[in-house]
Every structure is written in structure tokens, then in C-alpha cells.
Design a protein around this ligand. Sequence first.
Ligand SMILES: [Fe+2]
Length: 266
Amino acid sequence: MGSFCYHTFPASSHLLVSDFSQGFKSPKLPYLSKQQERWFSRSQGASKVFAYYGLRAPPYKLDALEPYMSRRTLEKHWGGHHWNYVEGLNKQLEKNEVLYGCTMDELVKVTYNNGNPLPEFNNAAQVWNHDFFWDSMQPGGGDMPKLGVLQQIEKDFGSFTNFREKFVESALTLFGSGWVWLVLKREERRLAVIKTSNAVCPLVWDDIPIISLDMWEHAYYLDYKNDRGKYVNVFMNHLVSWNVATGRMARAEAFVNLGEPKIPIA
Ligand SMILES: [Fe+2]
């Protein structure tokens, strides 16, 4: 059976190991529990070729976001929920050679299947969403975006205050579990705030995500119980990484021209 995501080299940093036929030593990853280390080890000596996606660590220590997001929350959320999505995805992919070799972006788009999701979609999208979410925060975050990002927000929302109100309102009116995003819309060439249900990720509509906020209960209940408003405001005031958003916007501008083209488009 062929694969439509085949790459000669591992296509993503998530692809930890692609061939266990020569034996496999468990990677020494920080923060892994004994159960998680056992999971990585259990395919040692397997003769079949698999592509395994790894649990990527947040770009800061698990207590680095305190007091706004506790170490306990990170341990449960990243080491538990996020881990389960990775484990569930890898189990599903063992049985699906067609999806071999996809990057995470490709996997999300392919398994969305134009709105008729394949069984792998929820786990794939949740792995992508959580990686993106951890990167959307930083110790000492919050405050205001700078220069280009701020100018674009002011252009597309009228003011930073308007954007902030829109983001908070979207989070608080999200029914059930899901995500709130600041995205760059390719066709409209503008920023927008959107919310998605469950695992759905804006990649499937070809939007370019800039910032995300996890609105699943597991993201906030340990620190804020049912006070979603406090959680969202703490995210905006102390956690969101506008530095990361600036980098993402710079990369996005390689694909979306936000100004007048210097070279006329044929
Ligand atoms: Fe989550």
C-alpha cells in the first residue's frame, strides 16, 4: 500500500524513529514517567518499519509559568493529556501505512479529510494543537505585542483593546471544549479571532495560526476551577508570548502579502 506523505528523510522533529529493525534504544527524554519510558521501549526489536511521533517538551520548565499556570497543571496537562494524544496517535498509525511519513501539519490536514475526519484526526490535531499552545506561552509573557504585530492588530481590529475583548469574548462563549485562536487568513490577508470545537485546528481551513488558547477544562480546572474568565485574562496578561507571535507573523508574511506587492503579481 502506498503512502501520500512519504519523505526520504524524517519529515518532522516529531518523527523520533522510523526504523526499529536494527533495534531501538529508548530516548532519554526529560519528564517522562516510568510508564511513558516503557511505552517508548516496547517496540525494541520490532521488524516492521513504523514512524513514531514523540511527546515534545514545552520550551520552558514545567514550573516556569507559575504562579499563573502551575507545575501540577503542566504535569497533568502535558504529561497526561498531551501524552495520551501522542500515545493514541502512534497506536493508530501502527495500523495505517498510508499515513506513514507525514509531518504533523500534513497529518492534521490529511486526516481532516475535507470535513469527514479519519479516525486519526482527533489525536493528530490535539498533538499539533498542544505543541502550538505550549509555544504560545512564555514566562513573563502577556503585556503588548510590539511593532509589526501591534500595527497589524490595530489595522485589523481597530485597536489592541478591541482585539483583546474579541479574544476574551470568543473564549468565554465557546460551548464545551475547544480552542481560541488568533489566525492570519490567507485570502482576506487579515488577522482574525476564531474558535474551534474539540480538536479542530485552523490548519484545516488553510488559516495560519499565530496564537492559541486551550479552552478544554483540563487546561484550567486545577488552577482556576470553573473560572474561565480568570484563566483567559491571566493568559492575556501574563502568559501569551508576543515574541513567538512576532516570529510566526514574520514566517506567515512569506506566504501572505500584508502590504502592497513590490513586485507586481502576474
Ligand atoms: Fe489541552
